[in-house]
Design a protein around this ligand. Structure first.
Ligand code: NAP
Ligand code: ZN
Ligand code: ZN
Length: 354
């Protein structure tokens, strides 16, 4: 079976994404072939397309919030069947044998998990390519089952934005009465508000953007704090058990430390890189037994748990569906925080392109 697909790829950090043809790897006995229907647009796609982190290998076909339908299965596939609605997130494989994998933390695989795009296939070494494409081939253990209640386009962002917020909320045991802060109202942030609220937390949005108050309240926040306003920051001093910071670029973390309750944790999920402009003052951490931590997406079992939770609670992402051909414009809008709150590509528009 030769699976030739159309896709959109970046060929250098500065070139816009454009049409790119390639052949998917031949399906193996444990593989599932998926016709992609929707692909969410994560800020990570933009970071990798533009080589913000310095390790991109071109061409890059981004997309790790994938929703599709099963069109073929290998002989050994038992978890899904033809026609099933499924999802694929940020990983397509891991060693499955190390301490982390055995705990269900494939994202922290000690040998390095295989990313949906920008990695090498563990068996044949071919480059992995993501969801801005017509089809994908994935080993069954990394395919998520989509509960029937979930809307297809609205579910796509759950595969990365959703689980990236869910994993720290669960790890730090957020439950009824927890006080949670979410920094940044973008794709991740808006899922953070919804999920924390559904877990029973009292939720606050920290934003640099005035004017997001009404949306934030609709999405689950009890209050909005403008992070540049010292009086507003002071008004929430000592409040939070957990703050999850989704801001993609370097910013000052010091104002968030006093907002933590004693023993509270600030979890970074957005910015990956050195803090050079504003070093963290450790005194506030030491005095209040406060922590700064990081968190990466989520494991396969917890991703399925999150999808089932969302179906149960009627949660999906707020999406703006776009055509594949609008992706470069969408990236520019994402940089201006001009998206409510996740772009999702309708892959039918790619299929229709000559
Ligand atoms: P997004 O939709 O662009 O949202 C980011 C939000 O951060 C913006 O809406 C804005 O919110 C705020 N913001 C943006 N630029 C800022 C700046 N220069 N200073 C202060 N605030 C700023 O991005 P996303 O898709 O949610 O992704 C957020 C980050 O998480 C990205 O860096 C992405 O690569 C990373 N990520 C990490 C993981 C993980 O596993 N750890 C998973 C997925 C994504 P306000 O206007 O409300 O301030
Ligand atoms: Zn992502
Ligand atoms: Zn492993």
């Amino acid at each position: 079976m030769t699976i030739a697909v159309k896709s959109y790829a970046a060929h250098s950090p500065t070139s816009p994404l454009g049409l790119f043809h390639f052949v998917r790897r031949d399906p193996r006995p444990e593989d599932v072939v998926i016709e992609i229907l929707y692909a969410g647009v994560c800020h990570t796609d933009l970071h990798v397309a533009r080589n913000d982190w310095g390790w991109s290998q071109y061409p890059v076909v981004p997309g790790h919030e994938i929703i599709g339908r099963v069109t073929a299965v290998g002989d050994k596939v038992t978890r899904v069947k033809l026609g099933d609605r499924v999802g694929v997130g940020c990983m397509v494989d891991a060693c499955r044998d190390c301490g982390a994998c055995r705990k269900g933390w494939e994202q922290y695989c000690e040998k390095g998990s295989t990313s949906t795009y920008g990695s090498k296939d563990r068996v044949d070494g071919t480059p992995t390519h993501g969801g801005y494409s017509e089809q994908i081939v994935v080993t069954q253990d990394f395919v998520l089952k989509l509960p029937s209640k979930l809307d297809l386009a609205g579910a796509a962002p759950l595969l990365c934005a959703g689980v990236t917020m869910w994993s720290p909320l669960r790890h730090w045991r957020v439950a009824t009465g927890s006080r949670v802060g979410i920094v940044g109202l973008g794709g991740l942030g808006h899922m953070g508000l919804k999920l924390a609220k559904a877990l029973g937390a009292d939720v606050t949005l920290f934003s640099r953007s005035p004017g997001k108050e009404e949306d934030a309240r609709r999405l689950g926040a009890e209050r909005v704090v403008i992070s540049s306003d010292k009086a507003q920051m002071k008004s929430v001093a000592g409040r939070f058990d957990l703050i999850i910071d989704t801001v993609p670029y370097e910013h000052d973390l010091n104002p968030y430390i006093p907002a933590l309750a004693t023993g509270g944790t600030l979890v970074l999920v957005g910015y990956l890189g050195p803090l050079q402009q504003t070093p963290v003052r450790t005194s506030g951490m030491v005095v209040g037994r406060k922590a700064i931590a990081g968190s990466l997406i989520g494991g396969i079992v917890e991703t399925q748990e999150m999808l089932d939770f969302c179906a149960d609670k009627g949660i999906s992402a707020d999406v703006e569906v776009i055509n594949m051909q609008q992706i470069n414009e969408a990236y520019e809008r994402m940089l201006k925080s001009d998206v409510k709150y996740r772009f999702v590509i309708d892959i039918a528009s790619l299929r229709a392109q000559a």
